[in-house]
Write a protein that binds this ligand. Sequence first.
Ligand code: UD1
Length: 443
Amino acid sequence: MHFTGSAHSARSVLPKPVGSPEDVLVLKGGRPLQGIWRVDGAKNAALPLMVATLLTDGLVTLTNLPGILDVAVLAELLSSLGVEQHWSYAEIGLRATFAGVRVTGQPDPEGVRRMRASFLILGPLMARTGIATVALPGGDAIGSRPVDIHLDGLRALGAEIEMEHGLITARAPTGLKGARYTLGFPSVGATEHLVMTATLAEGRTELINCAREPEVTDLCRLLAAMGAKIDGIGTDRLTIHGGERLGGAVHRTIPDRIEAGTIIVAAAVSGGRVELRGPTLDDLGAAYSLLTATGVRLTEVEGGLIAEADASGLIGTDFVTQPYPGVATDLQPPLMALMLRAAGSARIDETLFENRFRHVDDLRRLGADITVRGRTALVRGVPRLTGAPVRGTDVRAASCLAIAGLMAEGETILEGLDHLDRGHAAFAERLAALGADVTRHGR
Ligand code: UD1
């Protein structure tokens, strides 16, 4: 397969897949954010969509892809497996065409360990070539994040699974067979993994207790466009009539509801007004009700929504993270930043991950008053925060600390930008365009 036209390699369009761990953001708080923020395509949709290109020898074109580090790492992994790619800048986001004509080999364990979503390669690669060996995944340090549901589900489809030296090998010597499988928990990744694999399993697969996150639905829509027969899209019960050859498709990635929520919070705590292009109020799920209860005004407009607030009128509001349509765990750190300056207190229960309060110590350095007991945090609003050096330990912790830095008096230096870059493209530049006092420095 050879591409023609103004082709770019992934490397020339995406950030370097190695990250910039030495870079820092220097933030000074106090300016109201004003202007337009175009919400990128969703990281958590883009990654599984890209993995799905392994399932076919047809051409799959994905649009509205975000130019983030995780996409760059996955593009390299897919390329090493023989998936040819043609990347270009589009009017909105990035556009890439994938051609997995000769899929062969195994993904580099180092690349897989850097990002949990790359574990999704295991099932599709096995289904396509008969065998796949993938390292146990890495990703954010937010909890133990086992893969038992992924592996049990693959076994139910007839895969033979072995683990040795931190590598998991899945084989399907006689092909995969459709099955009925109930997920022990509606895991986003396991649902995506099993739906993709089931499209190439012979016969009918019924997946029960599936995750219903919009990113899962986006993946199912791509698979359907590629010719997969899937019933129940958007529900917790997916039925896949598999085994037929999948073809090419053109698909647009949904907007990133987590980036949207993060910028809504940044606009609100600054007392500003930002128009977000891309998402609708529905995309926010239960976060909409929480944000409005806290005092954020959200209005849907043509092509997006407007977020504004009177920062001194915010009211601390309790919330619990839950699978969709509950409040997303990925929004918990930014929402905690929202509660820092709200009147009264807010109780936050984190039910998804056991280690997802790692931003709390750094928020305390800025003067936050937070008590953590197990998976519950109690945030009491304080009259002022003051800048200090802080470090983001995962994507969302980093964006939470950036927002807190924009609330604090004086200078906050945020380290850990390789985490921030995993999920957001040009975060500092885009915040600066809204009037924030933020600059990025290489060390
Ligand atoms: C995805 C998102 C991540 C988000 C999370 C929850 C991507 C690339 N990442 O991660 O940003 O925070 O959903 O919305 O989409 N679990 C098991 N066994 C398994 C799989 C999961 O016990 O085999 C547990 C996990 O430890 C966790 C819970 O299920 O406690 C939720 O995890 P899951 O929904 O699988 O999250 P990810 O797909 O890893």
